[in-house]
Design a protein. Structure first.
Length: 305
């Protein structure tokens, strides 16, 4: 799976993914109004609005990018109807040739973690049939429970040729409350990085592993340290744009070959039409605004690689 992602990054020359994190406040009025006319002001109506919003953005950007990252919470808030929109989004992105990174940050122990792993990445046995649940290509994973929580995901990566990104150093302001705490002289995030390398050694594909790491763009000095600790680990990098991360902050996430990281932008892309310089597109052409925002993001990152 990591090789598939790398091939798509090299083909598009765009080490970026679009975060499909729809909120009703991001969706233009004409889209929600149409959905509400058809389904009412209901959870089903909300799910239809986010699905139509996603579809337009995908249609306008899929040829420019290698991957998308839908955040499942934005769909779960609308209950079962929202999860159905999540599944439709995953399937549609894959039909368009995109790698789908499910941002679910799952993690538990034993059979529970295994159930998360097969539900999102693998297959389940139903009578005489083998079926897939959400069928994403990669998934974000929370390592707080240690190897017991991560190994089931690694096992499914082996079986199904899928990938995971383990939370190592996240982009949010309070991440240091735990992640930066010193243990025997090392910050916790470095100890997690060492475990990621260990877990990843089981699922190497050439120069990189199917076990990647989430490393925020908002802490560039830490990403420099982590890049040295994890030379064969692919980074999923949140925090660019709306959270304050700049192109200059990203350069330490990449290896000298220009690979090693894929940078996410969510509202900076999907809600671009609401902000200068893309407000000229207006809500009627929100998809075109998202396309231009992707073009500009790729150009911005390319100048520092």
């Amino acid at each position: 799976m990591i090789n598939q992602l790398i091939q798509k990054i090299e083909k598009t020359k765009a080490p970026v993914c679009v975060g499909l994190d729809p909120m009703l406040g991001y969706i233009p009025e004409q889209v929600t109004a149409k959905a509400f006319r058809e389904f009412g002001e209901t959870l089903e109506g909300a799910a239809e609005a986010i699905w139509q919003f996603n579809k337009e953005i995908i249609d306008c950007t899929y040829d420019l990018i290698p991957a998308v990252k839908p955040q499942i919470a934005m769909y779960e808030q609308f209950g079962i109807e929202g999860l159905m929109a999540y599944k439709k989004t995953v399937d549609y992105c894959q039909e368009k040739g995109l790698i789908v990174i499910g941002d679910a940050k799952r993690g538990d122990i034993g059979s529970t973690s295994a159930a998360y792993a097969v539900g999102h990445l693998g297959t389940v046995q139903v009578g005489s049939k083998t079926l897939s649940g959400f069928h994403t290509d990669m998934l974000t994973v929370n390592p707080y429970l240690g190897t017991d929580g991560v190994k089931p995901f690694v096992d499914v990566c082996k079986e199904s040729d899928k990938g995971i990104f383990v939370l190592v150093k996240t982009s949010n302001p309070s991440s240091g409350e735990f992640q930066d705490q010193l243990i025997d002289g090392k910050p916790l995030y470095q100890l997690v990085a060492e475990k990621v390398v260990e877990w990843g050694s089981e699922v190497m594909e050439g120069n990189y592993s199917n076990v990647g790491a989430v490393v925020g763009a908002t802490y560039p000095e830490m990403s420099r340290v982590l890049r040295k600790l994890m030379p064969n680990t692919y980074f999923l990098v949140p925090g660019y744009g709306a959270q304050g991360g700049t192109a200059e902050d990203l350069k330490y996430c990449f290896n000298e070959d220009g690979l090693g990281a894929i940078v996410n932008s969510s509202r900076g892309i999907i809600a671009a039409y609401k902000k200068a310089p893309y407000d000229k597109f207006g809500p009627e052409h929100f998809g075109e605004a998202s396309r231009q925002a992707v073009v500009d993001m790729v150009a911005d990152i390319s100048r520092v690689l």
